[in-house]
Design a protein around this ligand. Sequence first.
Ligand code: BV8
Length: 242
Amino acid sequence: MTPSPSPRTLEKLAAARRVAVLTGAGISAESGVPTFRGADGLWRRYRAEDLATPQAFARDPRLVWEWYDWRRQLIAKVEPNAGHLALARLEARCPDFSLITQNVDGLHPKAGSRRLVELHGNIWRLRCTAEQRTLVDARVPLPELPPRCPTCQALARPDVVWFGEALPQAVLEAAFEAAREAEVFLVVGTAAVVQPAASLPLTAKRAGAYVIEVNLEPTPISSSVDESLFAPAGEVLPLLIP
Ligand code: BV8
């Protein structure tokens, strides 16, 4: 039985002019994209430190690219779900809105979200390791692994932020400013483990936001939020955002 949002939560969300949302892998789960730490998690078959790090890429770029190409092929076959679409509706209604995502799958823009802060990059972009130039290459599968920069033939990497890499400063600043300014902060489908993303909900709370969490189960921030709704995002978000 999907829990009903409290009247206070519905009032806060309906009245808010400034809204920010943080999403994690859980919002894409109902589209068929494995999460990182869940039962069918991506890390189950792989270990984060073996693949999503600069050291792993330096050691074996082909292995890292086999993992990313496998994920790209999987994501290419799926569609945004009701949770993604509800957030796109919320954006259309809010004068001041930011959707901050940890996800690299590109399902939020595919659902129509535009005011997006992609904290960890995007799996559909490649970055030249020599000149840092980025390009969108959505071919699945990629014709050669590892791919090379079409201009200078240097190795190309996924344009994502790996563990141990700093997030781009401008992206970080935009995310924390949105969290500090928000009247309502919605946290959807994240285990709230990975930093610095996991600090955003508490930053919003400390700045006076009403914080709503949507997850299947409690997380380290559940005790700090105003309301937790423990049910699939694809079911809860349409109730929050009819
Ligand atoms: C940084 C892109 C500093 C790649 C990702 C030791 C060494 C080095 C660093 C560290 C260290 N210890 C700690 C750190 C910091 C580290 C970190 O936080 N580590 C964690 C593991 C402790 N962070 C970093 O390294 C960051 N950079 O700190 O830089 C710095 C500063 C200056 C100079 C140099 C360095 C960079 C972190 C970014 C890593 N990249 N992704 C890729 O995707 O391949 S993170 C990866 O995890 C994804 O982005 C993912 O989104 C993210 C977070 O996971 P979640 O989204 O929360 O997903 P998860 O599977 O965990 O949970 C899913 C949740 O959904 C669950 O709660 C589940 O219950 C729920 N759910 C499931 N189904 C549903 C649902 N909810 C609702 N509905 C459903 N249907």
